[in-house]
Design a protein around this ligand. Structure first.
Ligand SMILES: NC(=O)c1ccc[n+]([C@@H]2O[C@H](COP(=O)([O-])OP(=O)(O)OC[C@H]3O[C@@H](n4cnc5c(N)ncnc54)[C@H](O)[C@@H]3O)[C@@H](O)[C@H]2O)c1
Length: 309
């Protein structure tokens, strides 16, 4: 496709969200370059996603990320250690990738003068709250992952303030959808276990809630933020709906087989409730999720069935 709006560097572009984001950016007329060290992401998926270029590299290598950013107009920084349990296990590793890696991506953006930098954050910086999560709450993370994402948010604010880098922080809720086979998140884990005929593992009693957003809706929001996000902004991208984990287990079982639920002890770092107020994203760049949980799970279950999980 001819470049009409610029070129977006997507760090972590070969991962779950990145491969869903490439088509959304192309739809808006952007050329896309994937930058990924392929630790959890897969080159094949990045190829299928239709990236114009795929660069294998590590955000911990400042020269490599700077070179990859050089002729790009925008950066979407997705590359991360993306799991709460892994961060509890290895907080230093989580800090390296998520704090130093984000600082490198911001330095590259500053030194190459990009027109926009979008950072993939999460609700995790907020910790234990009474929903809805929104941009005005004080952040009190309960996991190292929440702390490292909060640090990334702080550097985005600092780079907007000190160097004029136009940064947009997007706090994703619980994202689900196609290409999530390597994820340990609720829907992906349930789909994989259901297809294997195994009980769905629920940590705690299952009354904990999450805000499940379909990846296609999320990626439309990210792409809109690339063009219209502004600078120094924080916004939540989510469905805006609170659903219990047990309800999702029931909906997945309906689609992929009548399997049972196995309860295990609640995990350290997991919060009890999560749902987001998406009015800032709606006001700033017209974010409006379209896919219901039922439809999103139909499509996700079909994808897992076809891909073999
Ligand atoms: N999936 C969710 O529900 C969710 C929720 C909130 C926030 N997020 C954030 O969104 C982003 C994308 O998440 P995802 O679900 O696609 O995860 P993912 O693990 O599928 O993708 C992350 C990608 O980053 C790459 N990567 C990791 N370390 C790297 C490094 N040092 N250098 C270069 N590439 C590296 C991996 O190979 C992978 O392709 C992450 O920042 C994550 O924290 C995700």
């Amino acid at each position: 496709m001819a470049v009409t709006r610029g070129r977006v560097l997507v760090t972590g572009g070969a991962g779950f969200i990145g491969v869903n984001l490439a088509p959304a950016l192309a739809d808006l007329g952007f050329a896309t370059r994937c930058f990924d060290n392929l630790t959890t992401g897969r080159r094949d998926d990045a190829v299928k996603a239709g990236y114009d270029e795929i660069v294998e590299g590590d955000v911990l290598d400042l020269d490599a990320i700077t070179a990859a950013t050089r002729d790009c107009t925008h950066v979407v920084h997705l590359a991360a250690q993306a799991g709460v349990p892994a961060s509890v296990e290895d907080p230093l590793g989580d800090c390296d990738t998520n704090v130093r890696g984000t600082l490198h991506a911001l330095l590259a953006a500053r030194d190459t003068g990009v027109a926009g930098f979008v950072f993939a954050s999460s609700n995790a910086p907020l910790g234990e709250i009474t929903p809805p999560a929104h941009e005005g709450l004080v952040a009190r993370p309960t996991s190292p992952y929440g702390a490292s994402k909060l640090s990334g948010e702080a550097y985005c604010s600092a780079f907007a303030g000190s160097y004029g880098v136009p940064t947009v922080v997007l706090r994703f809720s619980n994202v689900y959808g196609p290409y999530s086979y390597h994820k340990g998140s609720v829907v992906a884990a349930f789909c994989k276990r259901a297809l294997a005929g195994e009980p769905l593992v629920v940590y705690g009693d299952g009354t904990q809630t999450r805000d499940f957003v379909f990846v296609e809706d999320l990626c439309r929001g990210i792409a809109a933020a690339v063009t219209d996000g502004g600078s120094g902004v924080v916004a939540h991208l989510a469905s805006g709906t609170e659903t219990t984990v047990l309800e999702v287990a029931r909906l997945v079982a309906e689609r992929l087989g009548g399997v049972s639920v196995e309860h295990r002890p609640a995990r350290v770092g997991d919060v009890a409730r999560s749902a987001s107020d998406i009015s800032t994203a709606r006001a700033l760049f017209g974010f409006a999720p379209r896919v219901t949980l039922e439809e999103g799970l139909d499509r996700t279950a079909a994808w897992f069935r076809e891909s073999g999980g």
